[in-house]
Write a protein that binds this ligand. Structure first.
Ligand code: PRP
Length: 285
């Protein structure tokens, strides 16, 4: 059987999370050290470990069928390419920053100034959209050092925790966009590989939904059940089972992780007791 070829970052911030999501969707890869290519044991899939910036071209040429890649790289080097899933990890911003002491406080203050970046296409397009003319200096790494060595007045780079900006005495003045890892697809993908891709997408959706949800169990006096049930959405509706103790029930449901504490507070106020919350591995809807 033919295998779908997936590109993942060889090393760097996306690598670990990319391999984790493949594992979580049940794809087992024997990952020999320094291997540039590996096959899955239990799924028709082959992983290519590639440099981030090269991945868009491999997709374009159909050398790989799909790729886990940062949206920031896709926007910079593969704006012609499509992605089919947002993967919810490697979240960052692509931002413009200047030295803390700079008088510049917004993008327009950088008109006529020098901006150092590893994202020249992204910055150029953004400047054009905002009708601002600035001089770009393209460098491939350690961008944040550029202002302090006199190379630029501002920089544009990815910001994740913000610690690199902080350590280099820089302040963020403009966020171009927010980014996360995505599953991008080659325009040349065959029908056969698209069918395998659908299976992968189905599993990824289940994992991501599970990550964003919690399973909740609680005990409730029967006279408080309707109030408690109104707080709990559940997948269809909550499960209610009688307890051995008369007049009490056990209620089971699934809640959104983002609303977790609000829901717990409301449940307690409504008379729920013995609340247990468990992680969900997968959620197939
Ligand atoms: C990126 C980016 C910044 C830093 C921002 O570098 O170039 O320098 O992360 O992250 P922070 O806000 O959490 O400090 P990365 O470490 O990915 O390596 P790179 O130099 O290869 O881009």
């Amino acid at each position: 059987m033919k295998k779908i070829r997936i590109a993942v970052q060889k090393s760097g911030r996306l690598n670990e999370d990319s391999m984790r999501i493949l594992k979580e969707i049940g794809i087992a890869i024997d990952n020999g050290k320094d291997q540039l290519k590996a096959s899955a044991r239990n799924f028709p899939l082959e992983v290519f470990y590639l440099r981030n910036g090269d991945i868009p071209q491999y997709l374009r040429d159909g050398v790989v069928d799909v790729a886990i890649i940062g949206e920031n790289v896709l926007i910079e080097k593969g704006s012609d390419l499509q992605f089919v899933e947002r993967l919810g990890f490697s979240k960052c911003k692509v931002s413009i920053a200047v030295p803390k002491s700079s008088k510049a406080n917004s993008l327009k203050d950088l008109a006529g100034k020098r901006i150092a970046t590893s994202y020249p296409n992204t910055v150029q397009k953004y400047l054009q959209q905002n009708a601002i003319d600035a001089n770009l200096h393209t460098i491939s790494g350690s961008v944040e050092i550029a202002p302090s060595i006199g190379l630029a007045d501002g920089i544009c780079d990815i910001v994740s925790s913000g610690s690199t900006l902080f350590k280099n005495g820089l302040k963020e003045i403009e966020v171009l966009f927010e980014s996360e890892a995505v599953l991008a697809v080659s325009p040349l993908i065959s029908e056969e590989m698209s069918t395998i891709l659908e299976k992968i997408q189905f599993r990824i959706k289940a994992v991501l939904k599970g990550r964003n949800s919690k399973y909740i169990l609680l005990n409730a006096p029967n006279d408080k059940l309707s109030e408690i049930i109104s707080v709990l959405p559940g997948m269809k509706s909550p499960t209610v089972l009688p307890l051995a103790k008369n007049g009490w029930s056990s209620v089971h449901s699934v809640i959104d992780k983002g609303q977790f504490w609000e829901i717990i507070d409301e449940l307690k106020a409504s008379g729920a007791e013995g609340i247990l919350v468990c992680p969900i591995e997968n959620m197939v809807i």
